[in-house]
Each structure stands twice: as structure tokens, then as C-alpha cells.
Design a protein around this ligand. Structure first.
Ligand SMILES: [Zn+2]
Length: 415
């Protein structure tokens, strides 16, 4: 009988998989493709998989989809999370940059936190809000998918450490200091206006207060200068919740360069790789400019006048339909993990996919939260051991989070 045809049935695969995992170590087995795939599924099931950046709140805020059930759109829902072996999903409490100026950031953050709580309340047999390492471990043991929360953009803090206390109380466990514009806390990698030259004076105060209270400092999105300011003053390891290696996207400040990755590792922190294709390859990173140049050329050629933003985006969609989008491959995604590991070892890299946050730009084979086993299979294929892969999947992030918790406990005891 053809073993591959048997294994194409998932239930049978799961059964055989147990046989495989109880037998000899995988390196002693015949290198059948099916063994690696089955081993990857098994590893996904038995490991705590943490993804530190999933943009469900922003998606559901406007679409009102029920992610406790199967959904047609987006990259996350309960059935797909279970299929992928996802155990702790950091829900991004994402605050658009304009809200700081509008004064609506704090209320919007509360509304998105309400929404995450609502998801857990609606399906207590599926989800639970996790605000500590212990919560994640208990919920994993209980078969629940943990929803933790990170605030993307510190605008809701609005210059008040009381607000930090408030959001800690509501379960926020990391804060991405800024987003697409420089804010009252730090400069943004995406903003030419570097108004502070790094962290603002309040930003320095906030980092110290986050250390003291036990909120992880997230340096994704900040300018290079702000990153170095954070590294100079933080008392605990920091995270990049959803950034990739700039080595592959030269000049893209939103990703981390090698010196920054080394400093992050020396500090004990972790970079969680972003899966958006434009974070992974120069090809996808430059795509927007290519399209823009093509549109400009067409406008000039056809002598079009007064082209509106809407018309431009229609032309951009037409271009994409005609020529396609340069999706990253699985291998190009794995290259980022390899690169970080070559630089600083296995203890400083993890997953911050940006699912539901990067639109239709996800790599081939990694289109949603059901795909972690595909990533795992790729890591196995590159020769990583089970223990090494477990660190990438969640162990590294849990180590950082535990360290942040321990520091805050020590501060509370000392105070
Ligand atoms: Zn982001």
C-alpha cells in the first residue's frame, strides 16, 4: 500500500504520527517527506506556540466577525488556531497614529480591550484572557487558546503613568511605544519627522515605569535612535513583537539591523519575526514603489489630469491583478530565523506574524494561523532539533515575559 496516500487522511496521519514519535528519533528514520510533516504536526500540538502580534481586534472592530467560529475572511479564528496548534495569541490593541492628535486613543484602547474580553466571554470553552506566564501555561494544560494583549502605539497612555496602571489592570502586557508617526513617547521608523531624536523625556519615564510594573517594552515600529535609547535604560529584556531582519530589506528602518539584533540579544530580549512579505524580501518591500512608478508613467503617457487617491488605488489594484504580487516564499521566511540564529543563537527569536495586520501579503504556505506546522516542518528540514524549535515557538518569549514579571515582583517587594 502506498504510505503517502494513507497519510493524506489527516486522522490517519495523526494516528501514525504517535507511532512515529514513540519510535526511534526522527533522524534515525528513513527521510520520508511524510515523517517530517507528521512530526511537525506533533510538535505543534505538544509545544506552547505563542504569536506576539495578531491584529484581530482591529479587524473585528469593523467587521463584527465571530472568530469563535470558522470565518471566511482574515487569518485568525478558533478552528484555524486549533488546526495550527496556536496556544497564545497576543491580540494587538492597535491605535491608529492620528488618534493621539484627536484625543481618542485612550477610549479606543478600552473599546478594543472590551472586544477581546468579549471574545473570551462568548466562548469560555475555547478562549481565555491570559495576563501572565502562569495563565498561558494553565490554559495550555486546560486546552484553551490564550488571548493575551499588547498595545500597538503608546498613544493611549497620553502622558499619564496612571493610564499605564489602568491598562496594566486591564491586561495589557506589552506596549509598542509608537506606530506610523512619532508620538509623545518616541520617534517612529516610518516618520521622517524624528521630533525627539529617540525617546521623549516622558518616553524615558514610561520605559522605567513599564519595567517596574511588568509590561514588556516593544521596540517594533520605533526609530533606530529610540531603540538605542530603550536599550540604554531598560532594566529588563525587551521584545520586537513583529519585526524582521533588515539584512534582507536594506534601508527599511522598520526591520532590525544586525547591530540592533545583537544588542537586543545581549539585553536578553527576543525578535519575533513578521511574516508580511514586505518585511521579508527586498522584492516585496520595493513593490509599492514599482507600482507607483508604473502608475506615474501611465498618467504621464495618457496625459491624465487630476488623478484622485481613489483612482490611484484602483490603478494599483489593476496593476496587481495584471502582474501579480511578489509573495515571499516559506524559504525566504525561514532565512530570517536562520539569520538571527546565526548572529545571536537560538534564544532570541520567535514568531510575531502580524496575521490580520498585513492584508494579502503573507508568504506562500503561511497564509493564516493554521500554518505554524508548515513553518515547523521548514525548521525541521533546516536541521533544528525539537528543543530548539520549541524555543522559537514560545519558549524564548516565555523566558522574556517571566523575567519581566520577576523584575516587577522584586520592585513591588522592595517598595
Ligand atoms: Zn505593526
Amino acid at each position: 500500500m502506498n504510505i503517502k496516500s494513507i497519510l493524506s487522511l489527516p486522522a490517519v496521519a495523526a494516528g501514525l504520527l504517535l507511532v512515529a514519535s514513540c519510535g526511534q528519533p526522527v533522524e534515525d528514520q528513513a527521510p520520508l517527506e511524510v515523517d517530517l510533516a507528521a512530526h511537525a504536526i506533533n510538535l505543534a500540538r505538544e509545544s506552547i506556540i505563542i504569536d506576539t502580534h495578531i491584529d484581530v481586534p482591529n479587524r473585528v472592530f469593523s467587521s463584527h466577525e465571530d472568530v469563535t467560529q470558522s470565518t471566511m475572511e482574515g487569518n485568525f479564528d478558533y478552528p484555524r488556531a486549533v488546526a495550527g496548534g496556536l496556544n497564545a495569541a497576543f491580540m494587538s490593541v492597535y491605535i491608529p497614529a492620528a488618534m493621539e492628535e484627536e484625543g481618542t486613543a485612550t477610549a479606543h484602547a478600552d473599546a478594543l480591550i472590551d472586544l477581546v474580553e468579549g471574545i473570551a466571554l462568548a466562548a469560555p470553552d475555547k478562549f481565555a484572557v491570559a495576563t501572565s506566564v502562569a495563565d498561558v501555561e494553565e490554559q495550555f494544560a486546560a486546552g484553551l487558546v490564550s488571548l493575551s494583549m499588547g498595545m500597538e502605539n503608546g498613544a493611549p497612555i497620553a502622558g499619564s503613568l496612571d493610564n499605564l496602571q489602568h491598562f496594566y489592570g486591564r491586561g495589557i502586557r506589552y506596549i509598542t511605544l509608537t506606530h506610523s508617526l512619532s508620538n509623545h513617547i518616541a520617534d517612529s521608523s516610518y516618520d521622517d519627522n524624528k521630533r525627539w531624536g529617540g525617546l521623549s523625556p516622558f518616553g524615558e519615564e514610561l520605559v522605567a515605569a513599564m519595567n517596574n510594573i511588568g509590561v514588556m517594552v516593544d521596540i517594533s515600529h520605533v526609530s533606530d535612535e529610540a531603540f538605542w535609547d530603550v536599550i540604554a535604560i531598560t532594566k529588563t529584556p525587551v521584545i520586537a513583537s513583529h519585526s524582521s531582519a533588515r539584512h534582507f530589506t536594506p534601508g527599511f528602518e522598520r526591520n532590525m539591523n544586525d547591530d540592533m539584533i545583537k544588542a537586543l540579544a545581549e539585553n536578553g530580549g527576543v525578535i519575533q519575526i513578521n511574516f508580511g512579505s514586505s518585511f521579508l524580501t527586498e522584492r516585496a518591500n520595493g513593490y509599492r514603489d514599482v507600482v507607483s512608478a508604473a502608475i506615474d508613467a501611465r498618467i504621464a503617457q495618457e496625459g491624465l489630469e487630476d488623478v484622485s487617491d481613489d483612482q490611484r488605488s484602483e490603478m494599483s489594484e489593476a496593476y496587481r491583478e495584471e502582474f501579480g504580487y511578489p509573495y515571499a516564499t516559506l524559504d525566504e521566511t525561514l532565512d530570517h530565523f536562520d539569520h538571527v540564529i546565526d548572529l545571536v543563537g537560538i534564544d532570541h527569536v520567535g514568531i510575531g506574524s502580524d496575521y490580520d495586520g498585513v492584508g494579502d501579503s503573507l508568504p506562500i504556505g503561511l497564509k493564516d494561523v493554521s500554518a505554524y506546522p508548515v513553518l515547523i516542518e521548514g525548521l525541521l528540514r533546516r536541521g533544528y532539533s525539537d528543543d530548539e524549535i520549541k524555543k522559537i515557538l514560545g519558549g524564548n518569549l516565555l523566558r522574556v515575559w517571566s523575567g519581566v514579571e520577576a523584575y516587577a515582583r522584586a520592585q513591588a517587594n522592595a517598595g
